[in-house]
Design a protein around this ligand. Sequence first.
Ligand code: ZN
Ligand code: ZN
Length: 211
Amino acid sequence: MEYKQFVFNPIQENTYVVYDETREAVIIDAGNFNERENAALTDFISGKNLIVKAVLCTHCHWDHIFGLDWVAQQYKPEIYCHAEDLPWIENFSHICMSYGFGERKAPYPTNFITDSQTIKFGNTVLTVLHTPGHSAGGVCFYCETDNVLFSGDTLFFSSIGRADLPGGSEPQLISSIRDKLLALPDSTAVLPGHGLQTSIGFERINNPYLQ
Ligand SMILES: [Zn+2]
Ligand SMILES: [Zn+2]
């Protein structure tokens, strides 16, 4: 499995294109916001000759779905999210207007994911870890064979996601991280929804929220 990271939109969100030798790909969090970012995404995908099978949403906060509608129209992928984050999709247009992001819409997901479900594309298998706390429907995607975790806004380098938005809960977030993420091997690479890459081992020792 290989991946390409993009940093998109005014909130500096990490969007990942994940693919393998079969050329099948998924986009984890379509945060692309404008023409330039749309072009960066399509240039990479067409340059590698990738076939976009699905968009996987770690959660449905606005900064992670700005580009969902555009990607849906461009590639007609399946769209996976956890049902408990549906209110964020349903309120997306309203949120964008009230925060000054203009007139935008988000498509309805095609598939709802649940904890420990697997998602397959090409020769790659991702396991869903439901990690509520940052949002009620927040999930991480774990690739066991490559030992890589896409952690969304649940776990960051030396930090954790905010828990003050509707559906958030800090105690729940900490338990999600302790029970689901710290159960992974120390060598697991953590690719978060914002900021720098880290590892489970580094966060176990250094993350101030997990001591
Ligand atoms: Zn978020
Ligand atoms: Zn975010």
